[in-house]
Design a protein around this ligand. Structure first.
Ligand SMILES: NC(=O)c1ccc[n+]([C@@H]2O[C@H](COP(=O)([O-])OP(=O)(O)OC[C@H]3O[C@@H](n4cnc5c(N)ncnc54)[C@H](OP(=O)(O)O)[C@@H]3O)[C@@H](O)[C@H]2O)c1
Length: 329
């Protein structure tokens, strides 16, 4: 158990690292303007998070869709994005806790892609942003929400996402809500454990989860921001199959050509590991609520969101494992 906890600690350290800049808004003008979703792919075909590691990553539609557009990408720390070169993207500094910075970010823009990490303040930050965006002339918000967002959910993350969705609807702005299941790329949080011990640990039991590849989310977000076909639509986005963590481990094993093992741990062990990492209690409780939902089978269903949004199938876990194998090797 101690060994397991240690790995959960290491893995989770990474889970709170930044994804990629959080709000993407686009300037107005005669040409279609778009915002940039997380993990959009660079012009060279590599994900921004995968510099020089995943040469086999295919190109995604988002790259083409962004050509000829002007995009503003927001981060609190510009030094973190120095190495990220993305087509037509201007990185600018902004903070949800500094509404003047968000007014500057939104000035002259038409559409915004909205995400923050899940913290106690996320609901307040996002709702404040919606007001600023509306006052600044933003017409359309594409919000990264979560599968089964619901004001009455037992999961706090799902409740805050529902509250933000309600605020966007109430604002009268055009909206598109992306409601993804667990990210396949979340397994990258366990990469040190997988690299060093060929194992990863979580309180997932035998839960089957239709995890989604964030590259699919990127494509849907770009599509929502660059055409009007997805205006006022909600997309529940999952992968094409529901796998247990043990099943994901088997597919990673095949991609890496060595055995990777998933080790189930009790929720309290996960809680202790996350708390030891310094994760705030609100987030730890939220994550445990998520894993309890997984164990109840509430993230199992395969949803038709990708087909509805882009008329194509979602990426499979096998494709994720193949493309990201260099990061776990
Ligand atoms: N992980 C999953 O499996 C999963 C599944 C479904 C839905 N989601 C949803 O995806 C969203 C992202 O979650 P995550 O864990 O991936 O988040 P994250 O990567 O930890 O954070 C996302 C971004 O939020 C920005 N941010 C945080 N505080 C900010 C502030 N005060 N001002 C400006 N930007 C701020 C950070 O940008 P900078 O650091 O660059 O400033 C960071 O890049 C959440 O809403 C979550 O509910 C996640």
């Amino acid at each position: 158990m101690c060994d397991g906890q240690a790995k959960v600690r290491r893995a989770s350290q990474a889970s709170w690292e930044a994804f990629i800049p959080s709000v993407y808004v686009s300037p107005g003008g005669p040409e279609p303007r778009a915002a940039l979703p997380p993990h959009a792919v660079q012009q060279d075909g590599n994900s921004p998070g995968l510099h020089g590691t995943a040469q086999r990553l295919p190109r995604y539609a988002g790259v083409t869709a962004l050509q000829g557009m002007q995009v503003r990408a927001v981060t609190r720390d510009l030094s973190k994005v120095e190495a990220r070169r993305l087509p037509n993207v201007q990185f600018v500094k902004g903070d949800f806790d500094d509404l003047d910075s968000m007014r500057r970010v939104c000035s002259g823009m038409e559409r915004a892609f909205l995400l923050t990490n899940s913290t106690e303040r996320a609901e307040q930050q996002q709702i404040a942003f919606v007001k600023v965006a509306r006052e600044s002339g933003i017409r359309h918000i594409v919000k990264l929400s979560q599968l089964h967002a619901d004001a009455n959910s037992p999961g706090r993350f799902l409740r805050y996402h529902a509250a933000v969705e309600a605020a966007i609807r109430a604002s009268g702005l055009t909206f598109t809500f992306l409601r993804p299941n667990l990210y396949m790329q979340g397994l990258l949080n366990f990469r040190h454990s997988i690299q060093q011990k060929s194992a990863f640990f979580a309180a997932a039991g035998e839960a089957r989860i239709s995890a989604v590849d964030v590259r699919d989310l990127a494509d849907v977000a770009v599509a929502a921001l660059t055409t009007s076909k997805r205006d006022n639509k909600i997309y529940s986005l999952t992968g094409p199959e529901a796998l247990t963590f043990a099943g994901m481990a088997r597919q990673l094993s095949a991609a890496l050509d060595r055995t990777i093992t998933f080790v189930d741990v009790p929720p309290e062990a996960m809680r202790g590991a996350l708390a030891d990492l310094g994760s705030p209690a609100w987030q730890v409780d939220g994550l445990l609520e998520e894993f309890a939902m997984y164990r109840r089978g509430e993230a199992t269903e395969v949803q038709p969101g990708m087909q509805q949004a882009l008329d194509r199938s979602p990426l499979s876990f096998a494709e994720f494992a193949r493309d990201y194998a260099p990061l776990f090797a």
